[in-house]
Design a protein around this ligand. Structure first.
Ligand code: ATP
Length: 241
């Protein structure tokens, strides 16, 4: 069964209100792949990511995560299968302190409390949030909020991570650091899907690139192959890094 793709998307159509945004998407992602999803503003990248993670309902077609239909999974079960980082980090904050935000995901894994503390503080250090443990998440700066939202998704330990603009508002060094971290996770078998507008990050870190144009897949290949086709990249409203 290891030859079976971990994510299988077939004939996916998704609406926002009454408007169809995705017009039939087909794609497969294998375990441990690091895939960038790019495209012009409004192309449907966020909608695709949210459809895969079961955040928005699928109107037609199917998303299978490890063989299980996302539309039929209950949300709690789904959150163990796929971690989601929203474009707006505040959309995922549920706790009153930064520490509890991280601890929540760890406690759900039924870890002992000392282990919860150890792992949560490890993430705080890694994401340069030490000293913020007792602060309300909403009082963090924009960049800190985004790092907390990514850290929260990471600690939950799901086999798939879907991240919507995880480096937005971070400087180049921090953005590279995060992408390196994601690459490391992918090397260890975690499947990574990243939506970003930063083509430099894509070409330097993602193994595979999917271009979405007006709700359809217009390219899906190894990152180097996609960016070697300059006409394709420009037609999709993207710029070479
Ligand atoms: P961006 O790069 O600007 O974030 P995107 O490629 O991620 O864009 P989506 O956010 O998926 O694109 O949006 C696709 C289309 O769906 C856009 O036309 C957008 O206006 C519309 N849309 C997105 N969210 C909603 C919503 N909640 N209600 C109605 N329309 C929406």
């Amino acid at each position: 069964a290891s030859a079976e793709p971990l994510i299988r998307v077939r004939g996916l159509r998704t609406l926002r209100g009454r408007r169809e945004i995705l017009h039939g998407i087909d794609l497969n992602v294998a375990a441990g792949e690091f895939v960038a999803i790019v495209g012009a503003n409004g192309a449907g990248k966020t909608t695709l990511l949210q459809s895969i993670a079961g955040v928005v309902p699928v109107a037609r077609g199917q998303v299978l995560l490890d063989g299980i239909d996302v539309a039929r999974s209950d949300p709690r079960e789904l959150s163990r299968r796929i971690g989601f980082v929203f474009q707006n980090p505040e959309h995922q904050f549920i706790a009153h302190t930064v520490f509890d935000e991280l601890a929540h995901g760890l406690r759900r894994q039924r870890l002992a409390e000392n282990e919860v503390r150890e792992r949560a503080f490890d993430v705080l250090r890694r994401f340069d949030l030490d000293g913020k443990a007792d602060v309300h998440p909403f009082l963090l700066s924009g960049g800190q909020k985004r790092r907390l939202s990514v850290g929260t998704a990471l600690v939950a330990g799901a086999p798939v991570l879907a991240l919507d603009e995880p480096t937005f508002g971070q400087d180049r060094a921090r953005a590279d650091e995060l992408m390196d971290l994601l690459e490391g996770l992918s090397a260890d078998g975690t499947t990574i899907l990243v939506v970003t507008h930063d083509m430099q990050l894509v070409t330097e870190h993602a193994h595979r690139t999917i271009i979405i144009g007006d709700g359809r897949v217009v390219a899906d290949a190894a990152t180097a192959a996609v960016f070697a086709d300059d006409a394709l990249v420009r037609a999709a409203g993207l710029r070479q890094p």
